[in-house]
Design a protein around this ligand. Structure first.
Ligand code: BYC
Ligand code: FE
Ligand code: FE
Length: 472
């Protein structure tokens, strides 16, 4: 079961050949996906051999195999984690029932919307990143972004499989629509806010992988708890791929911080713009931006949608089955940060409607661990500066803080103070211009742009100066 059938047109471990109808639907969608990939996937480089990893089986040991492949020839397919024998619905009103192998009829609409929202983010991120190859800071980084891009493409396949296999004609229409919306498009935008923002440079890209892909981790982990078993198994396998995306983000920022510290020491100056580095305050402003738009992805603090997803058994909490409460939450409360006039206070709210906020809390704690590792690099260089996460109410567009202006330290400020200070808090036009000026491609194996340190080690045990993309 764990083995993947690579002999068929669509690699899969779901015995696709036994379901002709589904196979035809997916084979019909495949050329449309490839057309979308050519139109909206990485610009240039499609004919270049890239050292990529491909799943060969879904078990812990052998799922990754590395080889040179041209991106359009990457074997996108359908990979579900192993079924758990006797798995049950583990929370909500159906707790204790056998997990569903088919969609319960009355939940079709709700479940379809969750799957479509998840699926929509995957191609959106590829669209956002499509210009970045041209300005890569090294071949190593070029290979990493392409790895992320092909895997986000596969995540789209994962959701399209569920739509086509379980939602009939509606599902097939949604599969088409996933290829038609476009990140940032005025008429046909992607569904969630962060996926319509631009990712115009590599500092933004690494921040995106750190903050926005991490939303992916937490959303996928919640969906992996779903009573709808095919969704659970799909998300469990996606999570193994997601880990690499967050690694790319965290390690990328760490290398930029490292380089900043080296330049500060070398030139005994904080002004790195003369020396081709990215200064720590600029990194902080980018961090503030990407953190705040990613916090929005968790939805409103108080959400009846979230309560319904849970009660119906469709979307659980992070690590639901490791928790020891009743998994019903009808009586429980949860502390939620709220606006109270001119102050932000914490109040106990019914736990069910607070599930978005609870997941956001898990996410913030995870982000903080990464930021602490960046600060460790700064500390080791003997530099007195600390990167911090902005307050959760800062620069929000979704939820109760969307209506107020809040400083990164959590103070509610007047519009006048916001207007006077936001340049200290969010990337300025000046910052963006400077970062853009640094985006000069470096493609000689083993060489790196001035603003980023080399990684500690290469991919899959290879040297840092390995030819990760054959440009010749
Ligand atoms: N932007 O009750 P509320 C990833 C809408 S990332 C725009 O607060 P709910 C990846 C909401 O739809 C993971 N609209 O929210 C990362 C609702 O609309 P309707 C993606 C927003 O429903 C990097 C209304 O506001 N996966 O995989 O509890 C690279 C009130 O909603 C936003 C998922 O998100 C927003 N930020 O929660 C590649 C998982 N937030 O119904 C990939 C699936 C809310 O009034 N999605 N709205 O029209 C969900 O679980 C939920 O839909 C959300 C929203 C958590 C997103
Ligand atoms: Fe993804
Ligand atoms: Fe991702």
């Amino acid at each position: 079961m764990a083995g993947i059938d690579y002999s068929s047109l669509i690699p899969n471990n779901v015995s696709l050949h036994e379901n002709r109808r589904l196979q035809r639907a997916l084979e019909d969608w495949q050329p449309k996906f490839l057309e979308w990939w050519q139109d909206m996937g990485p610009l240039g480089f499609q004919a270049k051999e890239t050292y990529l990893r491909t799943a060969v089986s879904v078990d812990a040991k052998g799922w990754a195999q590395f080889d040179y492949v041209r991106m359009p020839e990457y074997r996108w397919g359908i990979f579900l984690a192993e079924p758990e024998p006797g798995r049950q619905v583990n929370f909500g009103d159906h707790k204790g029932q056998p997990a569903w192998q088919e969609v319960p009829g009355e939940y079709r609409g709700t479940l379809r919307r969750l799957i479509v929202t998840q699926g929509d983010t995957e191609p959106a991120s590829v669209e956002q990143q499509r210009h970045l190859g041209r300005t890569c800071p090294s071949l190593y980084d070029l290979r990493n972004i392409f790895q992320v891009n092909v895997e986000e493409g596969r995540h789209l396949w994962a959701m399209v499989y569920l739509l086509d296999a379980h939602f009939g004609r509606d599902g097939r229409e949604e599969s088409e629509a996933l290829l038609q919306r476009r990140s940032g498009d005025a008429d046909k935008p992607r569904i969630l806010g962060a996926f319509n923002e631009k990712t115009p440079d590599w500092l933004s890209f690494f921040m995106f992988c750190f903050f926005t892909d991490r939303d992916g981790k937490y959303q996928l982990a919640s969906l992996a708890e779903s009573g709808f078993d095919p969704l659970s198994r799909t998300c469990r396998f996606m999570l193994t791929e997601e880990a690499h995306h967050m690694f790319v983000g965290e390690a990328g920022i760490m290398r930029i911080v490292q380089r900043a510290c080296e330049l500060m020491r070398e030139h005994k100056s904080d002004d790195l713009r003369k020396h081709g580095g990215i200064d720590l305050p600029t990194i902080q402003r980018y961090l503030n931006f990407h953190c705040s738009v990613s916090l929005d992805l968790f939805g409103s603090e108080i959400s009846t949608n979230a309560a319904n997803f849970y009660t119906l058994g469709l979307k659980g909490r992070f690590e639901e089955t490791k928790k020891t409460d009743d998994h019903l939450l009808k009586q429980a409360t949860y502390p939620v940060a709220e606006l109270d006039g001119e102050r932000i206070v914490t109040r106990d709210e019914p736990a069910l409607v607070s599930l978005n906020e609870r997941l956001r809390d898990d996410y913030v704690a995870d982000c903080a661990r990464g930021v602490a590792r960046w600060n460790e690099v700064i500390r080791k260089h003997g530099i007195d500066f600390e990167l911090t996460l902005p307050h959760r109410a800062f620069h929000r567009a979704i939820g109760s803080f969307a209506e107020v202006r809040v400083a990164p330290d959590g103070r509610i400020v007047s519009q006048a103070e916001w207007d006077a200070r936001h340049r200290d808090w969010l990337p300025t036009e000046d910052d963006k211009e400077y970062i853009q000026s640094l985006m000069q491609p470096v493609v000689e194996p083993g060489k790196f742009a001035s603003w980023i340190a080399p990684p500690a080690r290469g991919v899959n045990g290879l040297a840092v100066d390995f030819e990760y993309v054959r440009l010749g």
